[in-house]
Design a protein around this ligand. Structure first.
Ligand code: ADP
Ligand code: MG
Length: 279
């Protein structure tokens, strides 16, 4: 059995003034270089979980270990070097006047010496295909470009884990694909672990593993194949099925002999093309 990179044990977190906990006795493990998607209705506790993993808030009960180190006020700065986070709104994440200042800021905050900083900023921006925007003002960039700069700020610190909290939800389909492809390449090149909190179940379908949150609890954990078999159950939690899964179901109801619900458009099209059309 693989040793987990992140181990979350029985964490509970309740905000001041709230009558119910945002996270209620949640335990889970995250493994080296997996892509873990976290899905769930609004208010199910996903962002709270992300904030706890990054040490922005601390659980009232339970523990989080990263690489075997307990996350506390004393270890939070070291752990943040291992766990980087990209948020939903690209505009709220900029602190620098130019793209390169912005990426440099995170490094400066972490005490990286200047001579090391410059090449690290440039290489991080190259990796997200923003190397020619070093002196641009962030406000002139498209949403997808802004999120790629935010990702550069995170990867400049060379974390093992990147958490995307609805990081593509404000983007148009093209911007979304750009950002996800960037993260997929980084993951492949650096064996990074990705935790992607998302409303986009088509994106979740491409993950290695999915966690479904509901009302502060971990509702289900499984491979995309296992999770999408839940079908009506997911819909009753307020989640929408990916288009190819809905389409597979409809085609099956119409009498087409499909072996399984197909999770991606590519798989469904390949199946239809090879087995159901006589040329
Ligand atoms: P999600 O990201 O899944 O939409 P959140 O983790 O943001 O869920 O929220 C979980 C619960 O915690 C919700 O009931 C929400 O209203 C509550 N909550 C989130 N942030 C705060 C806050 N800053 N103060 C009080 N309650 C909060
Ligand atoms: Mg959220």
């Amino acid at each position: 059995m693989q040793k987990p990179l992140i181990q979350i044990q029985n964490i509970t977190y309740q905000y001041d003034g709230q009558s119910a906990p945002a996270l209620d006795d949640v335990s889970l493990e995250v493994y080296h270089s997996e892509w873990l998607a976290i899905v769930g209705h609004n208010g199910s506790g996903k962002s709270t979980l992300a904030k706890l993993l990054n040490g922005i808030q601390f659980p009232q009960q339970g523990s989080i270990h990263v690489n075997g180190i307990l996350l506390t006020h004393d270890t939070v700065w070291d752990i943040r070097k291992q766990v980087g986070m990209v948020f939903q709104n690209p505009d709220n994440q900029f602190v620098g006047a130019t793209v390169q200042d912005d990426v440099a800021f995170a490094l400066e905050n972490n005490g990286i010496p200047r001579e090391e900083m410059v090449p690290r900023v440039e290489s991080a921006l190259e990796k997200v295909q923003m190397g020619s925007f070093l002196n641009s003002e962030p406000y002139n960039l498209s949403g997808g470009q802004k999120q790629r700069v935010a990702i550069a700020g995170v990867i400049a610190l060379r974390p093992q884990v990147i958490i995307l909290d609805e990081a593509t939800s404000m983007l148009d389909p093209r911007g979304r694909e750009e950002v996800l492809n960037t993260v997929r390449e980084l993951k492949a090149d650096h064996q990074m672990t990705v935790i992607s909190i998302t409303h986009d179940l088509e994106e979740a379908a491409k993950a290695d593993r999915i966690i479904v949150m509901n009302k502060g609890k971990l509702y289900r954990e499984g491979t995309p194949e296992e999770i999408f078999l839940l079908d009506e159950e997911l819909i009753s939690l307020g989640l929408d099925m990916p288009f190819p899964v809905k389409m597979s179901k409809l085609l099956k109801e119409k009498g087409l002999n499909l072996e399984k619900p197909y999770l991606t458009e590519e798989e469904l099209v390949a199946e239809l093309w090879t087995s159901h059309f006589n040329r």
